[in-house]
Design a protein around this ligand. Sequence first.
Ligand code: ADP
Length: 433
Amino acid sequence: MAIRLGCIADDFTGATDLANNLVRAGMRAVQLIDVPDADDERAVRQAADADAVVIALKSRTVPAADAVAASLRALAWLRAQGAEQIYFKYCSTFDSTPAGNIGPVTEALMDALGTDFTVATPAFPDNGRTVFKGHLFVGDVLLGESGMRHHPLTPMTDSNLVSVLGAQTARTVGLIDHRAVADGPDAILARAGELRADGVGIAVVDGVSNDDLVRLGAAVAGLPLVTAGSGLAIGLPANWGISPTPAAAELPPPTGRRAILSGSVSTATNGQVQAFLRTGRPAFPVDPLRVAAGDDVAGEAVAFAARQPADEPVLVYSTASPDTVRAVQARLGAAEAGDLVERTLARVARGLVEHGVRQLVVAGGETSGAVVQALGITGLRIGPQIDPGVPWCAAVLPGGEPLHIALKSGNFGGPDFFTASFALLGLLDGADR
Ligand code: ADP
């Protein structure tokens, strides 16, 4: 079956965020890590079993020409899979500079799709992002007065999205304001018609409530391209007669052994590791200084895991207190220590999978990237949420075996996240949650 919605996200966590919202709105969603190679049949098969596919790029802060090239490759792949509408997803704080990349990517997608009109809205009221008279609010303050004004790569000092976007594109930027949005899809379409007649190519759209996004969603049903944060996801599935259902988050039944790989040193992850150790379940610490001294710590960790009862989840962790991490960094250098640990945990991941692990929780953003790459994972079918923003996913390994995987960045998740993850998959009873 052809996919309905084809999404291009400008970073990985943003892609997960969008995919997660689409699943909660009733669409079966797959997240792909970068544009699949032409001969990647695994990605084609995963996409064929989804209503929406989100391709995660790393295009938010690269040079605009590179962001455009990557986005056009993503577009070509999504169209080849039959995508009926394209969704360009950016950050809900509209992270960009006068050089781009939101404007140039939007323009290139419009050209490639042969369309002269699209909308732009980062509104996501559930996350405190609202747009009023074209001005973006982050919580209770204007974007330009929020912490974003000091962002190292994309400082946002202007809250007026019409002027922010206008500076990034040759197209004329206009506004569909809250009055039209409040009046419903017909009023939005009428206003869009007026703007179009005036030569406007991109309309920033106000949104202060979920209802606004639902009304906007209905109004954009006929547009080949929409651009937004992840909020608009709640308004689109109805255009295909899709409504929220837990079935959208269903994954194939999990198989095999269970393991946790933790390379995050955040406060939350330290607490989660401590909580897991208190359950008395098997755990193996990875000491970067031993790795640096040449010990085969990855091999030891895999052998340790293989010796444990097959029904026990095993934790392999480099997670340590801030003092310990500082001491390691002082000896090895911070970047070198990070690389060393990531490479080690990636090797452990491969070893665990070779020994039959088929349910894997990974803690740490960079660690997750290293593990996904080491395992040759190119696509994730998005399943049920463990904690807000962290879903279980089903991947297919290069050999065709299934792997259930959850990727948690540092500070996400409650103290019992590790055991709760497996409880959600249904193989641990909830007693120790
Ligand atoms: P988070 O999402 O919490 O930021 P990341 O995985 O993105 O987690 O980053 C943690 C970084 O710290 C990684 O580069 C990891 O390799 C490194 N690291 C993990 N454990 C240790 C340790 N014991 N000593 C030094 N660095 C470590």
